[in-house]
Design a protein around this ligand. Structure first.
Ligand code: HEM
Ligand code: HEM
Length: 188
C-alpha cells in the first residue's frame, strides 16, 4: 500500500490538504457532541462543571477556524470524480449530503457562539484571552440558540452516522476506492 504525495486535490483523488482538514474536523466534532451532552448533565457540585464548557468552547472555536479554512481550500481545489459505478441519483444524494454536513456544522458553530456571547462578556478562552463579541442581539438569545444548537447537533450526528455507513458500504460492499481516497491511499 502506498500513499499519495500531492497536497492539492486531483480529478482522481483528494490531496493531503482536504484529507487532513476532513479528519482534523471530524474527530473534534464527534468529541464535542458527547462532551456537550455530558456537560449538560453536570451540576454545580461536579468538579468538571466550570471546565467542561470552557473546553467545549475552545475546541468549538478551533473547529470554526478550521471550517472557514476548509471552505477556502475547497474553492481553491477541484473535486475528485465519483466512482464510475455510482448512479446519477447516488451522486446527487451524496452532493446533497455533503452540502448538508457543511451547512449544519456552520449552524451549530454559529449558535454555539450566540449562546456564549449572550452573557455579554465575550468568549473567554480559559484564562488566556477573551474573544470579543456582541451581547444579546435578540431576545431570549441563549435559549433560542440553545434549542437550535441541541437539535442541530443531534441532526448532524444522525447525518454523520449515515455518511459513515455510506463510506463503509463503498469500502466493504462496492469495494471501490471512496474510503481509501479519504485516507490518502494511492490508487493504482
Ligand atoms: C460542531 C460543533 C459543536 C457540537 C457538535 C456541539 C454540541 C453540543 C451539544 C450536544 C450540547 C448539549 C446541548 C443540550 O443538551 O442542551 C452543547 C451545548 C453547548 N455548546 Fe456546543 N457544540 C459545538 C460547538 C460549539 C461552539 C463553537 C460553542 C461556542 C463557542 C458551543 C457552546 C456551547 C454551549 C455554551 C453549550 C451549553 C448550552 C446551554 O447552556 O444551553 N458549542 N453543544
Ligand atoms: C463529524 C464527522 C464528519 C463530518 C462532519 C464529515 C464531513 C464530510 C464532508 C463535508 C465531506 C465532503 C468533502 C468535500 O468534498 O468537500 C466528506 C467526505 C468524506 N467523508 Fe466525511 N465526515 C465525517 C466523518 C467521516 C467518517 C467517520 C468517515 C468514514 C468512516 C468519513 C468518510 C468520508 C469519505 C470516504 C469522504 C469522501 C466522499 C467522496 O469521495 O464523495 N467521514 N465528509
Amino acid at each position: 500500500m502506498t500513499f499519495i504525495k500531492h497536497y492539492k486535490n486531483t480529478k482522481k483523488q483528494f490531496g493531503w490538504g482536504s484529507i487532513l482538514l476532513h479528519w482534523l474536523i471530524a474527530f473534534p466534532i464527534i468529541g464535542l457532541y458527547f462532551l456537550g451532552d455530558y456537560m449538560m448533565g453536570l451540576t454545580y457540585y461536579d468538579s468538571f462543571y466550570v471546565l467542561a464548557p470552557k473546553i467545549h468552547e475552545a475546541i468549538g472555536i478551533t473547529v470554526l477556524l478550521l471550517m472557514l479554512f476548509r471552505v477556502v481550500w475547497k474553492l481553491l481545489n477541484v473535486s475528485p470524480n465519483p466512482p464510475a459505478s455510482n448512479s446519477n441519483f447516488i451522486n446527487k444524494a451524496s452532493t446533497l449530503a455533503h452540502l448538508s454536513l457543511y451547512f449544519i456544522t456552520f449552524v451549530i458553530l454559529i449558535t454555539g457562539l450566540l449562546i456564549s456571547f449572550a452573557g455579554g462578556q465575550g468568549l473567554e478562552i480559559f484564562d488566556w484571552f477573551t474573544i470579543p463579541g456582541p451581547a444579546e442581539l435578540f431576545e431570549n438569545q441563549a435559549t433560542l440558540a440553545g434549542i437550535i444548537h441541541e437539535w442541530g447537533a443531534l441532526g448532524l450526528i444522525a447525518l454523520v452516522a449515515l455518511h459513515t455507513l455510506a463510506a463503509l458500504k463503498h469500502h466493504l460492499i462496492d469495494k471501490d476506492t471512496t474510503l481509501k481516497n479519504m485516507l490518502g491511499v494511492e490508487e493504482k
